[in-house]
Write a protein that binds this ligand. Structure first.
Ligand code: UDP
Ligand code: LCN
Length: 819
């Protein structure tokens, strides 16, 4: 990436580009002529660079150009739309910042244009008629954002809570009236019929402040561990209800914290105080598409990390809620319901069971609600891409069931993935409950140009429904939880998943002038962890699940092919490089097999074992999986992998998998995650928790999880030779230095314990729930306006799109035979 010596930070691309083009007029005219050569088209950065290279032969001249302003602009360009005689550039100088310029390729004149103008220009490549239709549908969620403040720095993206605390504390400092909504918020707090925190006696900031002083003096006479019940009545007389703490010491702490918020607010005590408020008791988590279960589901189509994440999330949330209730002095029980689809044809799983208690919890359950159509209950699994026709009815059925089971409304609704987020937003809008959404992976960025080419892929993937549902959910959410910064705003080179929804177009359908703003304080990063009772270091010998060892020994080293494994390892003493994933194209497991096959040096150092999918393509219902299954035997043949490589079918027992990672660590091996793109990558976290040195893709979340060369290694999935050599170098180094493997292993563990645990996650998430419940109330006018806009968009656009998704025909009732 070229540095930007010539571009002043305050200057725009449109200001700088004309002069830069003038300086290189001759070369640039040649280069732009090449850009125009193939007529209308969309060019990506590598296309632009290829043409530049071809138009400037001299290496020194080219380097000089690339080091200047033009180089900076070109290197920051994400794409360019060519419609002769113009080329329009979408330039992204920094994460979240975009600028659009249109250059006349003949005269090299430059015009700064808006996002909408850029989109219209780009549309002419795909649908000229629609692009010039003055009344083409344009969606602009940004137009409704006038009062909510936004972040300004790229580096602050994803730190929404931090920003909200700062904003609230400065507001409380500056405005006398600012404490009023906080008092109102506290007055509204209750659990079922019990009032919490304060009652009407303390209905103004002044009264509350004065009462806090009196209460503090009063409480100072009690020993610190005096239970709340001993002074409850007196506090109630003054206007204080339950929720402040379980002992005199904790009640005083919470009261001090509030006094500081009212008198000398700063972001830290604002965040601390909100963290102590008893706001959330009952949580609904939607993960609609199946299979969602606790056993035998992983490896089934569409069922991967999302299920693991949610089950661990529930356990962590329940544990954290119980700690909080105890500290708040409340004798209440949390309720967490994971709501998913009931699938009558459950394929040997429990997905046909309505209610299932979640293991490792006391009060959390899975609730399954079937998909209904006018023909009755849909019996079979449907792909996540085909799920849209059922969701509206599903929301209604699920809401009725949830209200019945919870005996009231939940305090927080969390959606997962497109379908769960849409359902969650419909329910939250209806019941006016705080809404959080989690994407895990947004499909739009996974497929290049899936927006402009939506028509080509729609019959297969129904992206028109998916992208519409995604934008609805994002704009309905009170807060959005992401696993990494990358998910929101990408990296210097690559836009984030959410960022790619800022401005885009589906030619012929609608143009999104402003979809989501990554500087919105609703974005928060809370990275998941891995279950540390299952994934722990191989060195913790006492904890090891040794009863699995004979089975794992068989799984890895038995020489005969069977239903569970193909291929064998001749030299059983070699370290093993290991990978485990669904057999999706994007996971690139076949890519890893090919890298290994090609790299003689790596093959001589290590064996390769992968756990992925199934062996019989006819048994897979998944479009992509089938192609990958077919590719594997051809690679084994082509690279003569017999004796070096083992392909194991999907494994569903997480305890055994935990031991499998440790078994690989015992061989002084490594984990490799070669995905073309990975949103987060739970297997990376699992492997690192087991102390296994990990090589993971630099495309997406793992690039953030691992500090390259310290707590593991980044590999470029698009450069297999480089990746396989990097792995080989590591093993060569381990051969020469006995301690090197241990050093990397220890650093991976350190990284996990500092940043990636469920305890950290649950604490953050509940704090967000508390904070954004208040934030929503504070910004209620804007929220209402957005809700109305969303509702209209849902009704007029989404509902129509859904009609294009077929409902499986074999679900229709059989014709009645004629008498
Ligand atoms: N997994 C599994 N068996 C398999 C493949 C994967 O148990 O055969 C588990 C894996 O341990 C991890 C999850 O499925 O917990 C995959 O999550 P990840 O985030 O790596 O990828 P996703 O499938 O969500 O895209
Ligand atoms: C989906 C993915 O694709 C993974 O990258 C994540 O780790 C998983 O969900 C859990 O969030």
């Amino acid at each position: 990436m070229a540095a930007s010596p010539a571009l002043m930070k305050s200057d725009s691309i449109a200001d700088n580009m004309p002069e830069a083009l003038r300086e290189r007029r001759y070369q640039m005219k040649r280069c732009f002529a090449r850009y125009l050569q193939q007529g209308k088209r969309l060019m990506k950065l590598h296309h632009l660079m290829d043409e530049l290279e071809k138009s400037i032969d001299d290496h020194a001249e080219r380097t000089q150009l690339l080091e200047g302003t033009l180089g900076y602009i070109l290197c920051s360009t994400q794409e360019a739309a060519v419609v002769p005689p113009h080329v329009a550039f979408a330039v992204r100088p920094n994460p979240g910042y975009w600028e659009y310029v249109k250059v006349n390729a003949h005269h090299l004149t430059v015009e700064g244009i808006t996002a909408t103008e850029y989109l219209k220009f780009k549309e002419t490549i795909y649908d000229d008629k629609w692009a010039t239709d003055e009344n083409a549908l344009e969606v602009d969620f940004g137009a409704l954002e006038h009062s909510t403040p936004h972040l300004t720095l790229s580096s602050s993206i994803g730190k929404g809570m931090n920003f909200v605390s700062k904003f609230l504390s400065s507001k409380l400092w500056a405005e006398k009236e600012a404490a009023k909504p906080l008092v109102e918020h506290m007055l509204s707090m209750k659990h079922r019929d019990d009032k919490l925190m304060i009652n009407e006696t303390l209905n103004t900031p002044a009264k509350l402040q004065a009462a806090l002083v009196v209460a503090d003096v009063f409480l100072s006479s009690f020993s610190t561990d005096t239970p709340f019940q001993n002074f409850e009545l007196r506090l109630k007389e003054w206007g204080f209800e339950k929720g402040w703490g379980d002992t005199a010491a904790r009640v005083r702490e919470t009261m001090h914290s509030l006094s500081e918020v009212l008198q000398a607010p700063d972001p830290v005590n604002v965040e601390n105080f909100f963290g102590r408020l008893p706001t959330i008791f009952n949580i609904v988590i939607f993960s609609v598409h199946g299979y969602f279960g606790q056993a035998n589901v992983l490896g089934l189509p569409d069922t991967g990390g999302q299920v693991v994440y949610i089950l661990d999330q529930v356990r962590a949330l329940e544990e954290e809620l119980l700690i909080r209730f105890k500290n708040q002095g409340l004798n209440v029980k949390p309720q967490i319901l994971v709501v998913t689809r009931l699938i009558p044809d459950a394929q040997g799983t429990k997905c046909n069971q309505e209610l299932e208690a979640i293991e490792g919890t006391k009060y959390s359950n899975i609730l399954r609600v079937p998909f209904r159509t006018e023909n009755g209950v849909l019996r079979q699994w449907v792909s996540r891409f085909d799920i849209y026709p059922y969701l509206e009815k599903y929301t209604q059925d699920a809401t009725t069931k949830i209200l019945e089971l919870m005996e009231g409304k939940p305090d927080l609704i969390i959606g997962n993935y497109t379908d769960g987020n849409l359902v969650a937003s419909l329910m939250a809008n209806k019941l006016q409950v705080t809404l959080a959404t989690i994407a895990h992976a947004l499909e739009k960025t996974k497929y290049e140009n899936s927006d402009v080419n939506w028509k080509q892929k729609d019959s297969k993937y129904h992206f028109s429904c998916q992208f519409t549902a995604d934008i609805i959910a994002m704009n309905s959410a009170d807060f959005i939880i992401t696993s990494t910064f990358q998910e929101i705003a990408g990296s210097k080179e690559r836009p984030g998943q959410y960022e790619s929804h800022a401005a885009y177009t589906l030619p012929g359908l609608y143009r999104v002038a402003s979809g989501i703003n990554v500087f919105d304080p609703k974005f928060n990063i809370a990275a998941p962890g891995a279950d540390q009772t299952v994934y722990f270091p191989s060195t913790e010998a006492q904890r090891r699940f040794t009863h699995f060892h004979p089975a794992i020994q068989e799984l890895l080293f038995n020489d005969k092919d069977n239903d569970e494994h193909i291929g064998f390892l001749e030299d059983k003493k070699k370290p093993i490089i290991f990978s485990m994933a669904r057999l999706d194209t994007v996971k690139n497991i076949t890519g890893l097999v090919e890298w290994y096959g090609k790299n003689e040096r790596l093959r001589s150092l290590v064996n390769l074992v992968v756990v992925a999918g199934f062996f019989d393509p006819s048994k897979s219902k998944d479009r992509e999986e089938t192609a990958e299954i077919r590719r594997m035997p051809t690679l084994i043949e082509k690279y003569r992998l017999k004796g070096h490589f083992r392909w194991i079918a999907a494994q569903t027992d997480k305890y055994r998998n935990g031991e499998l990672y440790r078994f690989i660590a015992d061989t002084r091996g490594a984990f490799v995650q070669p995905a073309l793109y990975e949103a987060f990558g739970l297997t990376v976290i699992e492997a690192m928790n087991c102390g296994l040195p990990t090589f993971a893709t630099n495309q997406g979340g793992p690039a953030e999880i691992i500090v390259d060369g310290v707590s593991g290694f980044h590999i470029d999935p698009h450069n297999g030779d480089e990746a396989s050599n990097k792995i080989a170098d590591f093993f060569q180094k381990c051969k020469n230095d006995d301690e090197y493997w241990n050093t990397v292993s220890a650093a991976s563990l350190q990284r996990i314990y500092e940043c990636y645990t469920w305890k950290i996650y649950a604490n953050k998430l509940l704090n967000m729930g508390n904070m954004y419940t208040f934030w929503k109330m504070l910004n209620c006018k804007e929220k209402l306006a957005k809700q109305r806009y969303v509702q209209m968009f849902y009704n007029l656009e989404y509902r129509n799109l859904v009609k294009t998704v077929p409902i499986p025909s074999y679900e229709l009732p059989k014709p009645v035979p004629k008498p």
